[in-house]
Design a protein around this ligand. Structure first.
Ligand code: ZN
Length: 54
């Protein structure tokens, strides 16, 4: 099971996030919400894609 995901925001920013974060993760560039906690792997927001599983 992966622990970190490299994701790409709609603004073009690529950011590494914790796959099992227990809090919301926002983009550091545009402040858009990237991922929400689910209890398991985070759910990515619309427009956010996984670049790489780390
Ligand atoms: Zn962004």
């Amino acid at each position: 099971m992966s622990k970190f995901l490299k994701v790409k925001c709609g603004c073009g920013n690529e950011q590494t996030i914790f796959a099992h974060s227990s809090s919301k993760v926002g983009c550091l560039v545009c402040s858009k919400e990237l991922a929400t906690p689910t209890g398991a792997q985070v759910k990515l927001a619309e427009g956010v894609s996984i670049v790489k599983v780390l």
